[in-house]
Design a protein around this ligand. Structure first.
Ligand code: BUP
Length: 454
């Protein structure tokens, strides 16, 4: 007989790197006739998040929004750390308000999908309601192995001595781990890692925006109980397709460039390099002789990023940039840019969403990881043949300055690397197959949705 229409609530975390994959997942579930309630912590950290949300909700009127009003700050939570991590903490502290919100929804929920940064606070809530809760891990499966095993390798004083030997897989060198994890003192990221990594193992399943052909070995190790004996099933549902709900922008400059001739340069929504490094990068881009479209970011949070381009780059550099390139300081519709025929390469920080968009469009990567999961992701880029990574560049944390001539050399190398460009196209084909009608990710997702119908 007729099966019921499942109703699922989604709870994303702070930052575009978390919100974007949740929006894509919401759209995908809706296209499979799942009734979706999207819970939005309010306020957001960045303007990009609030704008993206309102555009999305306008484009998908069938998706219901419920606001989770965050409690005002108190003194017990130090505001000195990353504003996005700080916001995770605010959402965590407001999560007791979820219980009445969730139980008031109609029709009753079949399941909840929660961001990885709230596993430890939201699982007790959903458990008490008898509601299955799936954790959505918004980075790579490789990063998931670090997330779930990190707490097992802590020594005295919560320090890390060695590289992480992931059972059944190769080691993750200390040098690739997010730097806050190596600090002796506790910090928000480290605390999240430990607590959520532990608690996640009690969820109903872990969704990952990845797919078989790029991470088969890691996915197998996770699902065969090699990484941790007790782990719920890890379900690869990616790459989540971009959904074009953002208003499209006219970029005449890009339209005027030859096919495959332009390098796109962006380090994501929450990385601001030092002024000195920004200028060195600009100099390097100019010296490469290649065409480039450069998203310049001067502050971590977009609302504070109000300095003019002339001030950030200086007049002289800005004039040189204009000869072969275009530098912009406003938010760009990245998924639209990456699908543009003029784009032939991407100098990227290797945020997982940027990578998933790059492989979706078959754009090769010059990796320059800046923080967090990005070195682990950059390693994957190199291994699957999507791009190159000069490890001597280090984290973009201002500790060392990567010189213009080195940047220029790597840029011209990648823009002239036809083999890499072919490989990227091959990766694109496989990525699209994974989410096509008979693809591995489609099969996993439909099987999951079926369990919610019972
Ligand atoms: Br900047 C920028 N336009 O101008 P990541 C970013 N994006 O569409 P991050 C734009 O934001 P985390 C812009 O396409 C991607 O979907 C981009 O996510 C989009 O990196 C998203 O790549 C950025 O995962 O987040 O922002 O550093 O640290 O959480 O990975």
């Amino acid at each position: 007989g007729d099966l019921r229409v499942p109703h699922v609530a989604l709870l994303p975390s702070a930052g575009m790197g978390h919100l974007t994959p949740f929006l894509r997942l919401a759209a995908l579930l809706a296209s499979h006739n799942v009734c979706v309630t999207f819970i939005t912590p309010n306020p957001t950290v960045s303007l990009a998040e609030s704008q993206s949300l309102s555009n999305f909700l306008m484009a998908f009127p069938q998706i219901t929004r419920k606001q989770l009003h965050l409690l005002p700050l108190d003194e017990s939570c130090p505001n000195s750390e990353d504003p996005f991590y700080y916001h995770f903490e605010l959402i965590r502290r407001s999560s007791h308000m979820l219980s009445p919100l969730l139980s008031s929804l109609s029709p009753p929920l079949s399941a909840m999908i929660t961001d990885m940064s709230f596993a430890s606070t939201v699982l007790p809530v959903t458990d008490s309601l008898g509601l299955p809760n799936y954790i959505f891990f918004t980075s790579s499966a490789k990063m998931l192995t670090l997330y779930v095993s990190f707490h097992t390798m802590l020594g005295p004083n919560h320090t890390i001595k060695d590289d992480l030997q992931v059972p059944g897989l190769g080691p993750i060198p200390k040098s690739r781990m997010p730097p806050p994890l190596l600090q002796e003192s506790n910090n928000l990221l480290k605390t999240f890692f430990i607590e959520n990594g532990k608690k996640m193992t009690e969820s109903s399943g872990i969704l990952v925006n990845t797919y078989e052909s790029i991470e088969s070995e890691t996915l197998a190790a996770l699902n065969e109980g090699k990484v941790l004996r007790k782990l719920p099933s890890v379900i690869s549902i990616g790459p989540l397709a971009p959904c074009f709900f953002e208003t499209s922008q006219q970029l005449q400059w890009l339209d005027d460039q030859a096919t495959g001739s332009v390098l796109y340069v962006s380090f994501g929504s929450r990385t601001a390099m030092s002024r000195e490094q920004i200028r060195e990068l600009g100099d390097g881009l100019v010296r490469s002789g290649c065409r480039f479209l450069w998203a310049v970011k001067d502050k971590k949070v977009d609302i504070e990023d109000d300095e003019k381009l002339t001030e950030v780059l200086g007049e002289e550099l800005l004039e040189r940039v204009k000869i072969n390139g275009l530098a912009v300081k406003n938010w760009l519709n990245q998924e639209e840019i990456l699908s543009h025929p003029a784009i032939g390469g991407f100098l990227s920080h290797c945020g997982w969403n940027s990578l998933s968009e790059a492989l979706w469009d078959g754009v090769c990567i010059l990796a320059w990881p800046q923080h967090g999961d990005q070195k682990v992701n950059a390693d994957l880029v190199e291994r699957i043949g999507l791009g190159t990574w000069d490890k001597s560049w280090g984290w973009g944390d201002g500790e060392m300055l990567v010189k213009a001539e080195d940047i220029a050399q790597r840029v011209s190398e990648i823009m002239g690397n036809d083999l890499l460009k072919l490989q990227a196209l091959h990766i694109r084909d496989k990525a699209r197959r994974a989410v096509g009608d008979c693809g591995s990710s489609t099969k996993s997702l439909t099987a999951l949705i079926d369990t919610w119908k019972k």
